[in-house]
Design a protein around this ligand. Structure first.
Ligand SMILES: *Cc1c(COP(=O)(O)O)cnc(C)c1O
Length: 230
């Protein structure tokens, strides 16, 4: 079942690329495996998936420990500064950096481990009260501050769009995030890439791809509904 779902999502990404005149190799599917067991991840792995997303540090590190080493783990959830030490060196990309204080902690741990950590800046593109992320208007200033830190490298932007019934409602936000990344790229800030756009989830990833996503983060569409302990 997981394998069939992956095929469907991959086909949908390909079709969305076709509509937008993009190449499907420029879009990477991240299978969001939070709450799902190692066995489910292995099923997706055997179907060719190598990029997995988790939103909790402990879950990410525990799974990484027992799963194949060629998996690239994406930290997609809100990150607390006291957990940074566990994820630096384990996650291939941290998608959820939205403050200088958090970036400074990542930088400190990266320098200590003598590695460079790739991050995305999380933008609250729709201005929702409930969401983490920097406001679009403050994004460039935040990037300029973080870009000065050693051991940390900004690769692009990430957003979590509003939860909507009709994905078309989010097109404006995906398009706005793309435009923001183009505007910032034009400034040619040292130590900053703006090539990655992490946007789109099960409900709206096709629209996100049409608007320029380079990573889509799909959980339910691959693994089925999540069951949270009560
Ligand atoms: C859970 C989660 C996803 C995946 O959500 P689905 O709707 O199940 O595809 C994507 N991004 C983030 C940040 C998440 O926390």
């Amino acid at each position: 079942m997981t394998g069939d779902n992956i095929d469907i999502v991959a086909k949908n990404i390909q079709a969305a690329c076709g509509r937008a005149g993009r190449e499907s190799k420029d879009v990477t599917l991240i299978a969001v495996s939070k709450t799902k067991p190692v066995s489910a991840i292995m099923e997706a792995y055997e179907h060719g998936i190598r990029e997995f997303g988790e939103n909790k540090v402990q879950e990410l590190t525990q799974k990484a420990e027992v799963l194949p080493k060629d998996i690239r783990w994406h930290m997609i959830g809100h990150l607390q500064r006291n957990k940074v030490k566990y994820v630096v060196g384990k996650a291939a990309l941290i998608h959820s950096v939205d403050s200088v204080r958090l970036a400074e902690e990542i930088s400190r741990k990266a320098v200590k481990k003598k590695i460079s950590v790739s991050i995305l800046i999380e933008v609250n593109i729709a201005g929702e009260d409930s969401k983490f992320g920097v406001s679009p208007g403050e994004t460039e200033a935040l990037i300029r501050e973080i870009a000065k830190l050693p051991g940390i490298h900004i690769e692009g932007l990430m957003t979590i769009a509003p939860y909507v019934d009709d994905a078309e409602e989010n097109r404006q936000y995906f398009s706005a995030l793309k435009q923001l990344s183009v505007d910032i790229k034009r400034k040619n800030i040292d130590n900053v890439n703006m090539d990655v756009l992490s946007m789109g989830m099960t409900g709206d990833y096709m629209v996100a791809v049409e608007e320029g996503a380079s990573y889509v983060r799909v959980g339910t569409g691959i693994f089925g509904e999540r069951q949270y302990p009560v």
